[in-house]
Design a protein around this ligand. Structure first.
Ligand SMILES: Nc1nc2c(c(=O)[nH]1)N[C@H]1C(S)=C(S)[C@@H](COP(=O)(O)O)O[C@H]1N2
Ligand SMILES: [Mo]
Length: 257
């Protein structure tokens, strides 16, 4: 099949390979088996794939398609594995797009969490009010796309309970997290409502340290590490796709595990 495409358009093979690379393994296998003809490219892109700009647009569509397939495959009832205390990684690694000493220094006394978009109650939250929410503890593995993983213990309210408290419209498509270091990421609503998705205020039985996201981090054990925002300052519920910091550099938006 590749030979046939090459014969028709010299650049098509390269573009198809790049498209396949941007898909995740199960989808990629299907794509390679069924979808390597030029017909599929026209279907995906509706554009001439030989011209570079159109190819980029087509590849963007492949990534969107990938997100949709993953969202469809995502089983909200499937739980990430939990670990015993003995499995906890100490010291737990730090990671951010800057060095540890540049992590934001948030003043707990003046801190306010903003809630915006499709919520009934958009009053900002003080830390005292956040700390008063019912909480649970889970020991799970954090997997970073950069090639390391570590087991940690986080404590805080179930994020679905928090969404209920603010009267979030859970028919909205996305929840976006804006952080004090200008980091951004967003989740599909099903992942936001997953029972293990947690607004973590404590790490290893201590108040969440500055380097790990004081005052709070969203712990999403069903997603890669970069979908776990630290230093959250605003939570927005809405239908507009907002993407995220690493997503802009080409990391797959869904990034489910
Ligand atoms: N606000 C903010 N959140 C962030 C990041 C960041 O740079 N800023 N990096 C992400 C990435 S890529 C990883 S792997 C984890 C690292 O979390 P840790 O420092 O607690 O290990 O935070 C995620 N959340
Ligand atoms: Mo990461």
């Amino acid at each position: 099949m590749l030979g046939k495409s090459r014969a028709r358009h010299p650049d098509t093979t390269v573009i198809l390979k790049e498209a396949a690379r941007r898909l995740d393994p199960p989808t990629r296998r299907l794509f390679l088996r069924n979808a390597m003809g030029l017909g599929t490219l026209t279907l995906l892109g509706g554009c001439d794939v030989v011209d570079g700009l159109s190819a980029e647009r087509m590849l963007g569509k492949v990534s969107d398609f990938n997100d949709r397939v993953q969202a469809w495959l995502f089983d909200p009832a499937r739980l990430a594995r939990e670990y015993p205390e003995a499995a906890i990684t100490r010291p737990f690694p730090f990671n951010a797009f800057y060095a540890e000493e540049n992590a934001p220094n948030v003043d707990p006394a003046t801190f306010r969490l903003d809630v915006t978009g499709r919520v009934d109650d958009d009053r900002p939250w003080t830390l005292d009010r956040l700390y008063a929410l019912p909480r649970f503890t889970q020991i799970t593995r954090h997997i970073c796309i950069e090639g390391w993983s570590a087991v940690g213990k986080w404590t805080g309210p179930r994020f679905s309970d928090f969404l209920a408290r603010i009267g979030a419209d859970t028919r909205a498509r996305y929840v976006t997290f804006r952080c004090d270091d200008n980091y951004v990421t967003s989740l599909d609503m099903a992942s936001a409502l997953h029972p293990q998705t947690q607004l973590a205020f404590f790490f290893d039985d201590e108040v969440l340290p500055r380097k790990y996201g004081f005052p709070m981090k969203l712990r999403v054990p069903t997603k890669l590490g970069f979908k776990n925002p630290k230093h959250i300052g605003e939570i927005e519920v809405g239908d507009d796709f907002t993407g995220g910091y690493w997503e802009t550099y080409g990391y797959n938006w869904f990034s489910g595990l």
